[in-house]
Design a protein around this ligand. Structure first.
Ligand SMILES: *[C@@H]1O[C@H](CO)[C@@H](O)[C@H](O)[C@H]1NC(C)=O
Ligand SMILES: *[C@@H]1O[C@H](CO)[C@@H](O)[C@H](O)[C@H]1NC(C)=O
Ligand SMILES: *[C@@H]1O[C@H](CO)[C@@H](O)[C@H](O)[C@H]1NC(C)=O
Ligand SMILES: *[C@@H]1O[C@H](CO)[C@@H](O)[C@H](O)[C@H]1NC(C)=O
Length: 544
């Protein structure tokens, strides 16, 4: 008796689900013949019918989108459709299982053979799905929105709410712009509410929710989409480097600020650079000044950069500058001082040679050939390290070893090199162990900037030789003059555990004593050359 009641009950559910699909199709003005063949999941059409309903007279194909929506009834039957299919390879029509019509790029004959072969098993899946899969969550609302967060809440599905074991919440920016990274937020919860954090301020988002069963295999279709916008916050701005130093003789210099704003549409954004004038600041209006600004990262935090390049430097340009930003949420500014750099005093330790640095940083020996590249030839180009097979993993270390004591970041900023790749331009930044893929396209810019820098700094010392005086531990060092050198820093020490001694000389000789190891670098107001190194430990130097 109980079984009978149960059987009748199940039959009733089936009938009512089938009736619901039928009504849904009719409500959407699907023609009678299509309703009869496609909107009754208990009765799949036979092969003959499948071809008939799609011929030009009946034209059911133009109603497929609505039919699919009615058939799926809020459930995603995809996983059942593919596991139960008679022929899984004939899957061109499986979009029906997720409530979609003819997908773009689907060839009609393939769609039709998929239906002819697999429609019966798909219909069985629909029937099962109505019983064992929850429909989409309802009434999704944004309860609370802040600059970086949103609190969403929703109601359980209308059908099979008890089967909704958990919910998947999907949130992404709705103001998608071509370059915005695809940073969709996907979170799961067993509650009917969630707080999403780490959102961008002043930005438009959309979100929807999917109900999922305990085994994770059966899923509803997406809920209605909710749109919301996070609240805006005042902009912030920081000097990229302060002070900026450059020799009085430089032909140009670049000042830069980074800033953060709410959202990415800049209709009310106002950005300007000012220069100190008397006690205040005034807007710069001089063709020698070139202003650029751009988005440097769409990631988190989203970051923008503005640069001010000053050409044909004059004495009065060495003063205070101010980058200013204003938008509908507030304003901010940062100051940058432009100072003349004079030739730096020698550091207490010499820079390592590129090869020594590579060895110290553990570049694999088969890749060390890349570290041989030096700036020492007068050829005015940056030697592009020739890369032995399979050494790309070491590239980051090699590049930073070639960049010691070198900072071309202002030039790189102007060329829009993003922060994650800045180690290609600034030797003081520790490189990633592997080069981020995104940096590949910036290698060229970084090399151009390095080449520009090389033309200002002295070339490395070459022809470094030591001549000993017999019977003493005194040697005379000699080297060839470097291009653009104003001074040479000479370092020496007896043993690796000793302090370096250092003297700066204008000429190209230096007498020292008690040295096993010698390093010479050329310097001018723009910086230093790469190091030239000489080992005297094995008494290999020439004797008079
Ligand atoms: C079939 O549908 C297409 C696309 O909607 C339409 O252009 C065509 O006129 C329809 N044919 C008939 C016979 O209804
Ligand atoms: C349906 O579920 C499958 C996985 O079973 C998934 O790949 C697909 O994106 C889902 N479709 C929709 C519209 O949610
Ligand atoms: C390249 O390096 C990887 C990891 O270090 C190694 O597994 C692979 O065999 C190497 N390939 C060649 C051609 O040396
Ligand atoms: C150094 O200069 C001398 C003479 O000017 C020249 O003969 C020699 O080749 C130079 N050494 C190097 C390594 O360039």
């Amino acid at each position: 008796m109980l079984y009978l009641i149960l059987a009748i009950f199940i039959l009733l559910i089936k009938e009512s689900d089938a009736a619901a699909v039928d009504q849904c199709c009719r409500r959407h003005q699907v023609p009678e013949i299509c309703v009869n063949s496609l909107c009754n999941p208990t009765k799949p059409p036979d092969d003959f019918k499948v071809y008939e309903i799609f011929d030009h007279r009946n034209n059911c194909s133009s109603h497929l989108k609505k039919i699919a929506q009615c058939l799926s009834n809020g459930r995603n039957h995809t996983s059942c459709c593919s596991s139960e299919a008679r022929d899984r390879d004939l899957n061109a029509c499986f979009s029906l299982c997720e409530g979609e019509g003819l997908g773009s790029g689907v060839v009609w004959p393939k769609y039709q053979s998929c239906l002819a072969v697999n429609l019966p098993s798909m219909f069985t899946c629909f029937e099962k799905g109505y019983q064992n899969t929850p429909s989409p969550p309802q009434l999704i609302t944004a309860v609370k929105v802040g600059p970086h967060m949103v609190e969403l809440s929703w109601s359980p599905p209308t059908q099979n709410p008890n089967l909704a074991h958990k919910y998947e919440v999907i949130c992404s920016e709705s103001d998608q712009n071509m370059e915005t990274e695809d940073d969709e937020i996907v979170e799961e919860t067993r509650n009917t509410f969630i707080t999403l954090t780490d959102l961008h301020p002043g930005t438009k988002y959309l979100a929807y929710i999917i109900a999922i069963t305990r085994d994770g295999k059966r899923r509803s279709l997406a809920s209605d989409i909710i749109h919301f916008q996070t609240s805006g916050v005042p902009p912030t701005i920081q000097a990229f480097k302060d002070p900026v130093q450059t020799p009085r003789t430089a032909t140009s210099v670049i000042l830069a600020c980074r800033f953060q704003i709410s959202g990415i549409s800049h209709s009310k954004l106002h950005l300007e650079w000012q220069r100190k004038s008397g006690k205040g600041y005034e807007v710069i209006n001089d063709p020698r000044f070139l202003l650029t600004s751009y988005v440097s990262s769409y990631g988190r935090p989203r970051e923008f950069v503005t640069t001010l390049e000053i050409f044909h430097l004059q004495a009065s340009d060495f003063t205070m500058y101010r980058c200013k930003i204003a938008d509908e949420f507030g304003n901010a500014h940062a100051d940058v001082q432009l100072k003349t750099s004079s030739m730096g005093a020698a550091n207490s330790e010499p820079p390592d040679t590129p090869l020594g640095c590579c060895q110290y940083r553990g570049v694999e020996s088969r890749c060390l050939a890349m570290c041989g590249a030096s700036d020492n030839d007068a050829k005015k180009y940056v030697p592009r390290p020739s890369m032995p097979i399979n050494c790309s993993g070491e590239l980051a270390k090699v590049i930073s070893c070639a960049m010691q004591g070198i900072d071309e970041s202002p030039c790189c900023l102007k060329k829009k090199v993003p922060r994650t790749c800045m180690y290609l331009c600034d030797g003081s930044i520790t490189p990633h162990s592997h080069m981020p893929f995104a940096c590949l396209e910036h290698l060229e810019s970084a090399q151009t900037c390095r080449a520009n820098g090389l033309q200002k700094r002295p070339t490395a010392v070459d022809g470094l030789k030591a001549t000993s005086s017999p019977g003493t531990d005194t040697v005379v060092l000699r080297w060839n003059q470097s291009e653009r050198a104003e001074i040479y820093h000479v370092y020496w020490r007896k043993r690796p555990d000793q302090q370096w001694e250092v003297k700066s000389v204008v000429g190209t000789t230096k007498k020292i004593s008690g040295a096993d190891e010698v390093v010479v670098v050329a310097a001018n107001a723009f910086g230093i050359s790469q190091a030239a190194k000489l080992s005297l430990a094995n008494a290999k130097w020439s004797r008079n």
